[in-house]
Design a protein around this ligand. Structure first.
Ligand code: ADP
Length: 270
Protein backbone atom coordinates (compact mmCIF):
# COMPACT_ATOMS: atom_id res chain seq x y z
CA UNK A 1 0.00 0.00 0.00
CA UNK A 2 1.03 3.55 -0.62
CA UNK A 3 2.14 4.73 2.79
CA UNK A 4 1.11 8.34 2.24
CA UNK A 5 -2.08 9.56 3.86
CA UNK A 6 -5.07 9.11 1.63
CA UNK A 7 -8.31 11.06 1.40
CA UNK A 8 -8.99 14.74 1.51
CA UNK A 9 -7.21 17.60 3.14
CA UNK A 10 -9.21 20.55 4.43
CA UNK A 11 -8.64 22.64 1.32
CA UNK A 12 -9.75 19.88 -1.03
CA UNK A 13 -12.76 19.17 1.16
CA UNK A 14 -13.96 22.71 0.72
CA UNK A 15 -13.90 22.27 -3.03
CA UNK A 16 -16.39 19.38 -3.11
CA UNK A 17 -20.03 20.04 -3.77
CA UNK A 18 -21.91 20.12 -0.48
CA UNK A 19 -25.46 19.90 -1.70
CA UNK A 20 -27.58 17.44 0.26
CA UNK A 21 -25.41 15.63 2.75
CA UNK A 22 -26.84 12.33 3.87
CA UNK A 23 -28.40 12.79 7.30
CA UNK A 24 -26.82 10.92 10.16
CA UNK A 25 -23.36 10.58 8.68
CA UNK A 26 -20.11 12.54 8.66
CA UNK A 27 -18.60 11.34 5.40
CA UNK A 28 -19.89 9.66 2.26
CA UNK A 29 -17.40 7.61 0.26
CA UNK A 30 -18.39 5.95 -3.00
CA UNK A 31 -16.83 2.80 -4.38
CA UNK A 32 -16.91 2.93 -8.13
CA UNK A 33 -15.75 0.97 -11.12
CA UNK A 34 -16.36 1.85 -14.69
CA UNK A 35 -16.65 -1.83 -15.60
CA UNK A 36 -18.73 -4.58 -13.95
CA UNK A 37 -17.18 -7.72 -12.48
CA UNK A 38 -13.93 -6.16 -11.25
CA UNK A 39 -14.73 -6.68 -7.57
CA UNK A 40 -16.38 -3.38 -6.65
CA UNK A 41 -19.09 -4.87 -4.41
CA UNK A 42 -16.57 -7.24 -2.86
CA UNK A 43 -14.37 -4.24 -2.09
CA UNK A 44 -17.28 -2.13 -0.75
CA UNK A 45 -18.45 -4.81 1.68
CA UNK A 46 -14.98 -5.75 2.92
CA UNK A 47 -13.86 -2.14 3.20
CA UNK A 48 -16.99 -1.26 5.22
CA UNK A 49 -16.26 -4.21 7.52
CA UNK A 50 -12.63 -3.12 7.88
CA UNK A 51 -13.67 0.41 8.90
CA UNK A 52 -16.11 -1.05 11.39
CA UNK A 53 -13.46 -3.39 12.84
CA UNK A 54 -11.16 -0.44 13.57
CA UNK A 55 -13.90 1.32 15.51
CA UNK A 56 -15.72 3.49 12.97
CA UNK A 57 -19.50 3.61 12.81
CA UNK A 58 -20.34 2.55 9.28
CA UNK A 59 -23.31 2.46 6.91
CA UNK A 60 -23.33 0.55 3.64
CA UNK A 61 -25.60 1.72 0.86
CA UNK A 62 -25.94 -0.57 -2.14
CA UNK A 63 -26.76 1.96 -4.86
CA UNK A 64 -26.75 -0.60 -7.66
CA UNK A 65 -30.47 -0.54 -8.37
CA UNK A 66 -30.32 -2.92 -11.35
CA UNK A 67 -27.93 -5.40 -9.78
CA UNK A 68 -27.95 -5.22 -5.98
CA UNK A 69 -25.31 -7.44 -4.32
CA UNK A 70 -25.62 -6.62 -0.64
CA UNK A 71 -28.45 -9.08 0.21
CA UNK A 72 -26.23 -11.93 -1.04
CA UNK A 73 -22.83 -10.68 0.16
CA UNK A 74 -24.12 -10.02 3.69
CA UNK A 75 -26.74 -12.79 3.61
CA UNK A 76 -29.59 -10.44 4.50
CA UNK A 77 -33.10 -11.80 3.97
CA UNK A 78 -35.07 -9.38 6.13
CA UNK A 79 -36.95 -6.34 4.93
CA UNK A 80 -36.15 -2.97 6.48
CA UNK A 81 -38.72 -1.71 8.96
CA UNK A 82 -40.36 1.67 8.57
CA UNK A 83 -41.60 4.26 11.05
CA UNK A 84 -44.23 5.35 8.53
CA UNK A 85 -42.04 8.07 7.03
CA UNK A 86 -38.56 6.62 6.78
CA UNK A 87 -36.86 3.28 6.33
CA UNK A 88 -34.73 1.87 9.14
CA UNK A 89 -31.47 0.31 7.93
CA UNK A 90 -30.95 -3.41 8.47
CA UNK A 91 -28.10 -4.08 10.95
CA UNK A 92 -25.61 -6.78 9.99
CA UNK A 93 -22.08 -7.33 11.28
CA UNK A 94 -22.40 -4.03 13.17
CA UNK A 95 -23.08 -2.11 9.94
CA UNK A 96 -26.23 -0.18 8.99
CA UNK A 97 -27.23 -1.56 5.57
CA UNK A 98 -29.65 -0.55 2.82
CA UNK A 99 -30.27 -2.02 -0.63
CA UNK A 100 -33.13 -2.08 -3.12
CA UNK A 101 -32.59 -5.84 -2.93
CA UNK A 102 -34.06 -5.83 0.60
CA UNK A 103 -37.35 -4.63 -0.87
CA UNK A 104 -37.64 -6.86 -3.93
CA UNK A 105 -37.59 -10.54 -4.69
CA UNK A 106 -34.06 -11.82 -5.45
CA UNK A 107 -34.93 -12.86 -8.99
CA UNK A 108 -37.13 -9.91 -9.92
CA UNK A 109 -35.44 -7.69 -12.51
CA UNK A 110 -35.66 -3.95 -11.88
CA UNK A 111 -37.05 -2.71 -15.20
CA UNK A 112 -36.84 0.98 -14.43
CA UNK A 113 -36.13 4.11 -16.40
CA UNK A 114 -33.45 6.57 -15.30
CA UNK A 115 -35.73 8.98 -13.37
CA UNK A 116 -37.04 6.10 -11.25
CA UNK A 117 -33.47 5.13 -10.38
CA UNK A 118 -32.70 8.73 -9.42
CA UNK A 119 -35.79 8.79 -7.24
CA UNK A 120 -34.78 5.52 -5.52
CA UNK A 121 -31.32 6.96 -4.82
CA UNK A 122 -32.88 10.06 -3.28
CA UNK A 123 -35.10 7.88 -1.09
CA UNK A 124 -32.08 5.90 0.11
CA UNK A 125 -30.11 9.01 0.91
CA UNK A 126 -32.86 11.20 2.33
CA UNK A 127 -35.52 8.84 3.68
CA UNK A 128 -33.41 6.32 5.52
CA UNK A 129 -32.72 6.76 9.21
CA UNK A 130 -28.94 6.46 9.09
CA UNK A 131 -27.76 7.04 12.63
CA UNK A 132 -24.55 8.53 14.10
CA UNK A 133 -22.30 7.28 11.31
CA UNK A 134 -18.70 8.23 10.66
CA UNK A 135 -18.85 6.88 7.10
CA UNK A 136 -21.41 5.73 4.59
CA UNK A 137 -19.82 3.51 1.98
CA UNK A 138 -21.79 3.64 -1.26
CA UNK A 139 -21.50 0.71 -3.65
CA UNK A 140 -22.12 2.39 -7.00
CA UNK A 141 -23.37 0.59 -10.10
CA UNK A 142 -20.71 0.18 -12.80
CA UNK A 143 -20.40 2.85 -15.45
CA UNK A 144 -20.88 6.57 -15.70
CA UNK A 145 -24.65 7.01 -15.56
CA UNK A 146 -27.59 8.42 -13.61
CA UNK A 147 -26.53 7.18 -10.18
CA UNK A 148 -23.04 8.67 -10.48
CA UNK A 149 -24.53 11.96 -11.67
CA UNK A 150 -27.10 12.09 -8.90
CA UNK A 151 -24.51 11.42 -6.20
CA UNK A 152 -22.04 13.87 -7.67
CA UNK A 153 -24.42 16.74 -8.31
CA UNK A 154 -27.29 16.46 -5.84
CA UNK A 155 -25.88 14.56 -2.87
CA UNK A 156 -22.58 15.39 -1.29
CA UNK A 157 -19.82 12.90 -1.96
CA UNK A 158 -16.66 13.31 0.08
CA UNK A 159 -14.62 11.02 -2.07
CA UNK A 160 -14.58 8.09 -4.43
CA UNK A 161 -12.37 5.01 -4.59
CA UNK A 162 -12.09 3.51 -8.07
CA UNK A 163 -11.65 -0.26 -8.38
CA UNK A 164 -10.14 -1.93 -11.42
CA UNK A 165 -8.48 -5.12 -12.54
CA UNK A 166 -5.24 -4.76 -14.52
CA UNK A 167 -6.65 -5.70 -17.97
CA UNK A 168 -6.34 -3.08 -20.69
CA UNK A 169 -10.08 -3.28 -21.40
CA UNK A 170 -10.86 -2.44 -17.76
CA UNK A 171 -8.32 0.40 -17.71
CA UNK A 172 -9.95 2.18 -20.65
CA UNK A 173 -13.14 2.34 -18.62
CA UNK A 174 -11.22 3.51 -15.55
CA UNK A 175 -9.95 6.48 -17.53
CA UNK A 176 -13.53 7.34 -18.46
CA UNK A 177 -14.46 7.09 -14.76
CA UNK A 178 -11.57 9.34 -13.69
CA UNK A 179 -12.52 11.94 -16.28
CA UNK A 180 -16.16 11.89 -15.21
CA UNK A 181 -15.43 12.41 -11.51
CA UNK A 182 -12.86 15.09 -12.32
CA UNK A 183 -15.41 16.88 -14.47
CA UNK A 184 -18.00 16.66 -11.69
CA UNK A 185 -15.38 17.90 -9.20
CA UNK A 186 -15.66 14.83 -6.98
CA UNK A 187 -12.48 14.05 -5.08
CA UNK A 188 -10.92 10.78 -6.26
CA UNK A 189 -9.29 9.27 -3.17
CA UNK A 190 -7.38 6.81 -5.32
CA UNK A 191 -7.32 3.64 -7.38
CA UNK A 192 -7.25 0.00 -6.25
CA UNK A 193 -5.78 -2.80 -8.34
CA UNK A 194 -8.04 -5.77 -7.53
CA UNK A 195 -7.22 -9.36 -8.54
CA UNK A 196 -3.76 -8.04 -9.36
CA UNK A 197 -1.95 -11.37 -9.03
CA UNK A 198 -2.29 -14.91 -7.80
CA UNK A 199 0.25 -16.21 -5.31
CA UNK A 200 1.09 -19.85 -6.10
CA UNK A 201 2.06 -22.57 -3.63
CA UNK A 202 5.64 -21.88 -4.75
CA UNK A 203 5.29 -18.37 -3.24
CA UNK A 204 5.62 -16.71 -6.66
CA UNK A 205 3.24 -14.01 -7.82
CA UNK A 206 1.45 -14.71 -11.11
CA UNK A 207 -0.05 -11.58 -12.69
CA UNK A 208 -2.95 -13.35 -14.42
CA UNK A 209 -4.57 -10.22 -15.85
CA UNK A 210 -1.41 -8.22 -16.60
CA UNK A 211 0.83 -6.12 -14.43
CA UNK A 212 1.18 -2.52 -13.32
CA UNK A 213 -1.63 -1.05 -15.42
CA UNK A 214 -3.70 0.39 -12.60
CA UNK A 215 -0.69 2.01 -10.93
CA UNK A 216 0.42 3.44 -14.30
CA UNK A 217 -3.06 4.85 -14.94
CA UNK A 218 -3.16 6.40 -11.46
CA UNK A 219 0.15 8.14 -12.02
CA UNK A 220 -0.79 9.22 -15.53
CA UNK A 221 -3.83 11.05 -14.17
CA UNK A 222 -2.13 12.31 -11.03
CA UNK A 223 -4.23 10.14 -8.69
CA UNK A 224 -3.10 8.11 -5.71
CA UNK A 225 -2.49 4.39 -6.12
CA UNK A 226 -4.00 2.80 -3.02
CA UNK A 227 -2.62 -0.71 -3.48
CA UNK A 228 -3.07 -4.20 -4.82
CA UNK A 229 -5.46 -6.91 -3.68
CA UNK A 230 -4.45 -10.39 -4.89
CA UNK A 231 -6.74 -13.06 -6.30
CA UNK A 232 -7.82 -15.42 -3.58
CA UNK A 233 -10.53 -18.03 -4.22
CA UNK A 234 -11.68 -17.67 -0.60
CA UNK A 235 -12.73 -14.09 -1.32
CA UNK A 236 -15.35 -15.33 -3.79
CA UNK A 237 -16.37 -18.34 -1.72
CA UNK A 238 -16.89 -16.36 1.48
CA UNK A 239 -18.70 -13.59 -0.38
CA UNK A 240 -21.10 -16.16 -1.84
CA UNK A 241 -21.68 -17.53 1.65
CA UNK A 242 -22.62 -14.08 2.93
CA UNK A 243 -19.68 -13.77 5.33
CA UNK A 244 -17.04 -11.61 3.55
CA UNK A 245 -13.40 -12.43 4.20
CA UNK A 246 -12.78 -9.48 6.56
CA UNK A 247 -15.63 -10.74 8.74
CA UNK A 248 -14.83 -14.44 8.58
CA UNK A 249 -11.01 -14.38 8.46
CA UNK A 250 -9.82 -11.02 9.83
CA UNK A 251 -6.23 -12.32 10.02
CA UNK A 252 -6.07 -13.36 6.37
CA UNK A 253 -3.49 -11.37 4.36
CA UNK A 254 -6.31 -9.93 2.21
CA UNK A 255 -8.24 -8.79 5.28
CA UNK A 256 -5.08 -7.10 6.55
CA UNK A 257 -4.81 -5.12 3.30
CA UNK A 258 -8.37 -3.89 3.81
CA UNK A 259 -7.73 -3.02 7.45
CA UNK A 260 -4.54 -1.08 6.61
CA UNK A 261 -6.41 0.94 4.00
CA UNK A 262 -9.30 1.55 6.41
CA UNK A 263 -6.82 2.91 8.98
CA UNK A 264 -5.42 5.37 6.44
CA UNK A 265 -8.87 6.57 5.43
CA UNK A 266 -9.93 6.94 9.07
CA UNK A 267 -6.80 8.97 9.79
CA UNK A 268 -7.42 11.23 6.81
CA UNK A 269 -11.03 12.03 7.63
CA UNK A 270 -11.69 11.71 11.36
P1 ADP B 1 -18.49 -5.95 -9.29
O1 ADP B 1 -19.17 -5.39 -8.09
O2 ADP B 1 -17.39 -5.07 -9.81
O3 ADP B 1 -19.42 -6.37 -10.38
P2 ADP B 1 -17.97 -8.30 -7.65
O4 ADP B 1 -17.56 -7.71 -6.35
O5 ADP B 1 -19.35 -8.86 -7.76
O6 ADP B 1 -17.71 -7.28 -8.85
O7 ADP B 1 -16.86 -9.40 -8.00
C1 ADP B 1 -16.93 -10.16 -9.20
C2 ADP B 1 -16.44 -11.58 -8.88
O8 ADP B 1 -15.05 -11.55 -8.58
C3 ADP B 1 -17.14 -12.20 -7.67
O9 ADP B 1 -17.35 -13.57 -7.92
C4 ADP B 1 -16.13 -12.00 -6.55
O10 ADP B 1 -16.25 -12.98 -5.53
C5 ADP B 1 -14.82 -12.15 -7.30
N1 ADP B 1 -13.69 -11.41 -6.67
C6 ADP B 1 -13.61 -10.11 -6.38
N2 ADP B 1 -12.40 -9.80 -5.85
C7 ADP B 1 -11.71 -10.97 -5.79
C8 ADP B 1 -10.39 -11.34 -5.34
N3 ADP B 1 -9.54 -10.43 -4.84
N4 ADP B 1 -10.03 -12.63 -5.46
C9 ADP B 1 -10.87 -13.55 -5.96
N5 ADP B 1 -12.10 -13.29 -6.41
C10 ADP B 1 -12.53 -12.01 -6.32
Amino acid sequence: MDDKKVGLNEAQRGKSFKKNPINGTKYTIAISSAKGGVGKSTFATNFALALSKIGCKVGLLDADIYGPSLPKLFSINTKPESDGKSLIPVMKYGIQCMSIGFLTDEQTPMIWRGPMVTSAIKTFTQKVLWKDLDFIIVDMPPGTGDTQLTFSQEISLDGVIIISTPQEIALQDVIRGIKMFDKLKVNIIGLIDNMSYFKGDDGKKYPIFGEGGVKRTAHEFNKKFLGEIPINPNVGKLGDMGTPIVEKEPDNEISKIYIELAKKIKLSYL
